[in-house]
Design a protein around this ligand. Structure first.
Ligand SMILES: Cc1ncc(COP(=O)(O)O)c(C=O)c1O
Length: 431
């Protein structure tokens, strides 16, 4: 164990501020980062790593983009936090509304967890109902009612949920298999009048990348509408990443529909703590101070985070998305090519520029469409692959259940380096 990890573990549970960072499922000591720039992070031991974690999503433009850093620097010079409204918040809300369909108002929070938690409370306040439907393997942050069969760190640790969640909180959440509209119809047929909302990742990417079946999201909206419930589309991970308008930009814009409430985070805050929920006025105005649904935050809409979000969204133009998509196409080609060459059974799945690999014979046979299938992968193959890549200076998300993140700072030289590393890693694990 590294010295810095040992010191951290003495004073913080697991040595980390968020569980997956601890390398628990892959073993070894996590890389303690002292700085990051573009496509690279530098460890405290001065070793540089080509980074495919991207701060778990926010680093769309690459780390420490000069214009984003300058925007934050200037904001910091004007004061760190006021506890009063700023014009920057209005401007960021306008940027979000201008990009994504069906949004008239947005409320800023500091984390994605708060955004989804508030969206649920808002849906309950709006409908006067209590039950929520979520899907196994989807992760919506760590509020009590949303941890059942959650993805991300909960999936990585192989937990069914979390201790400390009351039966009442768990009992208000109905967990169904992802991509199964019949299961949703069945529950609505028996309990439709009690259901406030369905919450779903716009495209699941916390159990590995599992795209929604064609018509799944729109089907959820239709069923919810038929029964007077709302659809909450969680775009904390996909928002402003898989297109200029997030996953809605790949599907809803094409098919002409919008969910009732969106949740955003990650890219929207450009690497600073910022998230949002957003939707139509009729729903959003139920939030305090106009409505009876309470939500607040000392640091909500923090001026530094707003500055980072505004700069990031302003810079994230069509060229940025085209470049990241092109890099993702090439990386996916390299990855499947090298794994196939080495005879390693696998399935690579994608949603726009997001990708992950499911390892082993099970996933190799058929596409992974839900959490039960995702759990059949052989994570021990990933562990060996991960460590070989790390030894070669490539930092992957330390879990087979997490998506890989590219940025606009990843270019041809990074792809060349990845190709060499992936070839060596596949040889290492097939020998
Ligand atoms: C889809 C989704 N929703 C919500 C969250 C929670 O966001 P945060 O970690 O900012 O609380 C995440 C985080 O990974 C996420 O991927």
């Amino acid at each position: 164990m590294s010295e810095v990890f040992e010191a951290a573990r003495k004073v913080m549970p697991g040595g980390v501020s968020s569980p997956v960072r601890a390398f628990g499922s892959v073993g070894g000591s996590p890389v303690f980062v002292k700085s990051a720039k573009g496509a690279y992070v530098t460890g405290v031991d001065d070793r540089e790593y080509l980074d495919l974690v991207g701060s778990w999503g926010p680093a769309l433009l690459g780390h420490a983009h000069p214009e984003v850093v300058e925007a934050v620097r200037q904001a910091a010079g004007r004061g760190l936090s006021f506890g009063a409204p700023t014009t920057g918040e209005t401007e960021l809300a306008e940027l979000i509304i201008g990009r994504v369909g069906g949004i008239e108002k947005a409320r800023f929070t500091s984390t994605g967890t708060e955004a989804t938690m508030t969206a649920i409370r808002l849906a309950r306040g709006f409908t006067g109902r209590e039950l929520i439907i979520k899907f196994a393997g989807c992760y919506h942050g760590h509020s009590d009612g949303l941890l059942a069969e959650a993805g991300s760190g909960v999936a990585t640790a192989g937990l069914p949920g979390s201790a400390g969640v009351t039966k009442a909180a768990a009992g208000d959440t109905i967990v169904l298999p992802y991509n199964d509209l019949d299961a949703v119809k069945e529950v609505f047929a028996s309990r439709g009048s009690e259901i406030a909302a369905i919450i779903t990742e716009a495209a699941a990417a916390n159990m590995g990348v599992v795209p929604p079946n064609p018509g799944f999201n729109q089907g959820l909206l239709r069923i919810a509408k038929e029964h007077g419930a709302l659809l909450i589309q969680d775009e904390v991970l996909t928002g402003f990443r898989v297109s200029d308008a997030g996953y809605w930009g790949l599907e809803g814009r094409r098919d002409g529909w919008t969910p009732d409430i969106y949740c955003f985070g990650k890219v929207a805050g450009g690497g600073m703590p910022l998230a949002a929920l957003a939707g139509r006025t009729e729903i959003m105005d139920k939030l305090a101070p106009l409505g009876p649904v309470y939500q607040a935050g000392t640091l909500s809409g923090n001026p530094l985070a707003v500055a980072a979000g505004k700069a990031t969204l302003t810079l994230a133009d069509a060229k940025v998305y085209a470049r990241i998509d092109a890099m993702a196409d090439k990386l996916a080609g390299i990855l499947t090519g090298r794994l196939t060459e080495a005879g390693i059974p696998h399935r690579l799945q994608r949603v726009g520029s997001l990708m992950s690999v499911f390892w082993g014979e099970g996933p190799a046979q058929a596409p992974v469409i839900n959490y039960a299938e995702a759990q059949k992968q052989d994570t021990s193959i990933f562990t060996r692959f991960f460590h070989s890549m790390l030894d070669q200076g490539v930092l992957l998300p330390p879990s087979a259940f997490e998506a890989w993140f590219l940025s606009a700072a990843h270019g041809e030289s990074e792809l060349d380096r990845l190709d060499v590393a992936i070839q060596k890693a596949t040889q290492a694990i097939s020998s």
